[in-house]
Ligand binder design. Structure first.
Ligand code: PHE
Length: 412
């Protein structure tokens, strides 16, 4: 199924029995759309960077990392589901595509950086629809303070300054306690320090969200809500949602950095926070971009609508017709049903961005033979043009051929 070596960004890597990156995924690695002048993701990145002018800004880290870096340095348990080949892309056992920008926390903290932002493409195996794409972009931010009286004095000063700014603004914040029994302070932290740092994190992000969303809300105040969360590498941990066009949207995850991550980075006597936000999610809201595939479009009707540094409303060009195709099959005798993510990667690899949506519409187990059956509905639609019947039939034929070749299923 795989060649013995894969070439990625000019270097060769061996494959093994768990290799699962597809050519379609690999083709995205060199594109770096978050650094293309005028691209909406690049503009959003630079707006966020300008909100943190005294932070170091990174955006060129290699997407290939060891599972140790992606998970272990961040205190993920050995059996965390994110490590599985169904959720993440592996080049081989010891090399994967980062699933989040947190994978670089130790690397950056180790350089002695105390305030920094890092933007990067991240990779996760997932379903296919208008708001999920296996490659997307995150921005990680972190801020460390000295865990002593002078450091805490600085946090308090920063907090006062940020509070003053927010008080005068049109924003409603639904807050929760900085620390609670279910969202605890770390054992090695002074609770007073942790409270102050968590408060600083919240103020800092409320102020960023006001900068990003405040102007689109016109007279309506911006509504932000804080929710208790869990991440292996922060405690206390939070998620933030923003109320936009009648819905609460999850925007980011964050928390007080777990001490073991700072220990591995050889950082001593410090305490701080980190956040990770999804750029596409925010950009889709701010620019009214309806489909996540558009961020990869090279169509002038898309790209020409954006000006570097400006947030403008995207005007969708005409929507082309959908073409639905179903495929039903019996899974191989005695084996587990094909994983949704395996099916989606196969379709993405055949059809690229001509696939808009994939849904499992039926699954059952035959009562006598015990064989399982699955049925998927694929929605083929180009964003740029009308697809011909012949073209879609060819794509569907390839999907069916690959299904039977790779997964030994029996088409019904
Ligand atoms: N890396 C987390 C994610 O991708 C987000 C996060 C970053 C949470 C930093 C806490 C601190 O979901």
């Amino acid at each position: 199924k795989y060649a013995d070596t894969l070439e990625i960004l000019g270097d060769k890597y061996h494959t093994d029995e768990i290799t699962n990156v597809t050519p379609s995924i690999l083709s995205k690695i060199p594109l770096q759309v978050h650094k293309q002048t005028g691209h909406p993701l690049n503009t959003l990145r630079s707006i966020i960077e300008s909100h943190y002018p005294d932070f170091s800004h990174f955006s060129s880290f290699n997407p290939l990392v060891t599972p140790f870096k992606n998970f272990d340095e961040l205190a993920f348990p050995k059996d965390h589901p994110g490590r599985s080949v169904t959720d993440s892309y592996y080049i081989h056992k010891n090399l994967m595509l980062r699933t989040h920008t947190s994978a670089h926390e130790v690397e950056v903290f180790s350089k002695g950086e105390d305030k920094w932002l890092l933007t990067a493409d991240v990779y996760r195996r997932d379903e296919i629809d208008g708001s999920h794409y296996p490659v997307f972009h995150q921005m990680e931010g972190a801020r460390l303070y000295s865990a002593d009286a002078s450091g805490m004095k600085q946090v308090e000063e920063d907090n006062e300054r940020l509070s003053r700014h927010l008080k005068m603004s049109n924003i409603i914040i639904e807050d929760i306690p900085h620390i609670s029994p279910t969202n605890p302070v770390q054992r090695t932290h002074d609770p007073v320090h942790s409270e102050l740092v968590a408060k600083n994190l919240k103020l800092s992000l409320n102020s960023l969200l006001l900068r990003l969303f405040g102007s689109t809300a016109s007279e309506e105040p911006l509504r932000v809500r804080w929710i208790e969360a869990y991440f292996p590498f922060t405690s206390p941990s939070f998620e933030v949602e923003v109320f936009f066009r009648g819905k609460w949207l999850e925007i980011l995850g964050c928390g007080v950095v777990i001490q073991s991550t700072l220990d591995i980075s050889n950082v001593e006597g410090k305490i701080g926070w980190a956040f990770g936000l999804g750029l596409e999610r925010i950009a889709m809201i701010l620019y009214s971009i309806p489909d996540i595939r558009l961020f990869w479009s090279t169509d002038e009707r898309f790209l020409s609508q954006f000006k570097d540094g400006e947030i403008t409303t995207f005007k969708p060009y005409s929507k082309f017709p959908s073409c639905f195709k179903d495929v039903s099959f019996w899974n191989a005798q005695g084996s587990a049903p094909l994983h949704d993510n395996d099916f989606c990667d196969l379709v993405r690899d055949v059809a690229g961005d001509l696939v808009e949506d994939v849904k499992m519409i039926d699954s059952f187990v035959h009562p006598k033979t015990n064989r399982s059956s699955s049925c998927y509905r694929i929605n083929y639609r180009s964003m740029d043009r009308s697809l011909s019947n012949e073209e879609v039939n060819e794509l569907q034929k390839s999907v069916v051929t690959r299904l039977t070749d790779l997964f030994r299923v029996e088409i019904r």
